[in-house]
Design a protein around this ligand. Structure first.
Ligand SMILES: CC(C)(COP(=O)(O)OP(=O)(O)OC[C@H]1O[C@@H](n2cnc3c(N)ncnc32)[C@H](O)[C@@H]1OP(=O)(O)O)[C@@H](O)C(=O)NCCC(=O)NCCS
Length: 197
């Protein structure tokens, strides 16, 4: 891959030894550290830090002022809202080294994390989950779940297009934008196959 396959703003710093996918853009004052992997078509806003060993999939959107620490993995199509916060040490003490105790945070495909939310490390964010603005996530979040507040509580379900899902008595909901159908069964949501015509 040639250096022209992606865009790095002149004020950004990209260390040796990182991989950046074609079509990715890195904006003002951001710092991409060696040993991270960033997929194709990502957008990293202003003042974003990507630490070593971080992995971002394709089309990950990172808004301004987000630091993505070692231990974080984001799958394709993840949205990280402005100034949201990851963590990687559960019990930090300045005088005690915890560099071998990072807890992983896996953000599954299509999940969105709202502005100013905090993700306490060691918690998986399920596919297409939606974390409301300002939430503090202290537990794993199921796929398609909407959680808000501090501590974050599960208040509903969201479609892949980002709309509330209202399930009928038989446990079926339809996304008002895409028309896609979802089933709620045993406390978990899955998207139903669209019948082929
Ligand atoms: C959660 C969210 C998707 C709204 O969902 P919604 O279904 O439209 O929710 P509503 O506005 O109808 O609010 C429903 C209830 O949830 C509460 N609520 C909504 N967002 C909330 C949040 N982030 N934290 C806490 N409570 C919230 C509302 O106060 C309301 O409470 P009430 O029923 O007691 O009055 C939205 O508020 C949100 O946080 N979006 C993220 C925006 C963002 O960070 N964007 C970043 C890119 S700019």
């Amino acid at each position: 891959m040639s250096a022209t396959d992606y865009f790095i703003h002149p004020s950004a710093i990209v260390d040796e030894g990182c991989q950046i996918g074609a079509g990715t853009k890195v904006w003002h004052f951001s710092h991409i550290m060696g040993g991270c992997i960033i997929g194709e078509g990502c957008n990293l806003g202003q003042n974003v830090v990507v630490s070593p060993k971080v992995v971002l999939g394709r089309n990950v959107r990172v808004q301004n002022n987000v630091s993505i620490y070692e231990g974080v993995l984001c799958e394709d199509d993840v949205f990280l809202g402005p100034s949201m916060v990851f963590t990687n040490v559960i019990n930090p003490r300045s005088a005690v080294s915890r560099k071998n105790e990072y807890r992983q945070t896996l953000v599954r495909r299509g999940a969105s994390i709202g502005a100013n939310a905090t993700i306490v490390c060691g918690n998986e964010i399920g596919a297409f989950a939606f974390i409301g603005a300002g939430a503090v996530v202290t537990r794993p979040v199921p796929a398609y779940a909407l959680v808000v507040g501090n501590p974050a509580r599960h208040t509903g379900w969201m479609s892949e297009f980002g709309h509330r899902l209202h399930f009928d008595a038989s446990g079926i909901a339809v996304c008002p934008e895409s028309g896609e159908r979802y089933a709620l069964q045993n406390g978990a949501v899955r998207k139903l196959e669209t019948p082929s015509i």
